[in-house]
Design a protein around this ligand. Structure first.
Ligand SMILES: Cc1ncc(COP(=O)(O)O)c(C=O)c1O
Length: 241
């Protein structure tokens, strides 16, 4: 997809070249103005402007759903990716002895909660070391197997921008009935993400690094309220086998 020059959408003075969007993307002018309106609203909660809030949240959910091929009803707004992951961890169980697979130097919001969930459920953490050839997808696939209980990954590694191809990873996880949780911060809006094809249990994304966000909220997707038991789960994902 070619976007063309979008600089007029940002408050970018002549001569400024800003490249650190991986740490903090500049809010577009429209997002800045929406934020200012939101602060004004808090100062005058009796004014009718406040009544727009619910409709705006619904619109945010619809817009975000459009990025990943979901429905607005799949999307929940949370305070941060770490909060969304805590919700996911409260709704998923790791079978005793099974593994939680994550990457070396994975972002903390998608790491500590799973380490804790593994300890809670009697699971084991497996860290995929940074591959010398940069191929994270192959490195993850090598470590998925019958003992995998949960796979918690990013789509793009926040340290080096390395991309993971989530389609074969999702297929391998589903084949063994493992839960799949994705932190898509740093990639949604810039990389294709087809929630129907990948079929994750949860996706979380902090909007501050999404190139095209309309509002600076963090968003998350919840696909399943409670995971089916392992055997049912592999079966329901592959009903023709
Ligand atoms: C990969 C990744 N996930 C999540 C976040 C933000 O997480 P949280 O919203 O929990 O602060 C960042 C911020 O840099 C990130 O790079």
């Amino acid at each position: 997809m070619k976007l063309g020059n979008q600089s007029t959408l940002f408050d970018l003075p002549a001569g400024v070249v800003y490249m650190n969007c991986a740490a903090q993307g500049p809010a577009p002018i429209a997002a800045r103005d929406a934020g200012r309106r939101a602060v004004d609203r808090k100062a005058r909660p009796w004014e009718p402007e406040r009544l727009n809030l619910a409709a705006e949240m619904t619109r945010s959910r619809e817009l975000f759903a459009g990025f990943i091929g979901a429905d607005a009803s799949d999307i929940a707004l949370t305070g941060a990716t770490s909060y969304a992951m805590a919700v996911a961890a409260a709704n998923l169980r790791i079978e005793p002895g099974r593994t939680v697979v994550m990457l070396e130097a994975q972002f903390p919001s998608n790491y500590y909660v799973w380490r804790r969930a593994a300890a809670r459920d009697g699971g084991r953490v497996v860290i995929v070391p940074r591959p010398a050839d940069g191929n994270w997808t192959a490195a993850v696939l090598e470590r998925l197997g019958a003992d995998t209980g949960l796979v918690a990954l990013p789509q793009a590694h926040w340290v080096d921008g390395g991309l993971l191809d989530l389609v074969p990873i999702a297929d391998a996880a589903h084949a063994v009935g493992a839960a799949l949780v994705i932190d898509a911060t740093q990639s949604i809006g810039a990389q294709p993400f087809d929630v129907g094809r990948i079929d994750p249990d949860f996706v979380a994304c902090s909007a501050l690094q999404v190139a095209a966000v309309a509002r600076p909220e963090r968003l998350s997707v919840r696909r399943a309220s409670s995971p089916p038991r392992r055997a049912d789960r592999a079966q329901s994902r592959h009903p023709h086998r």
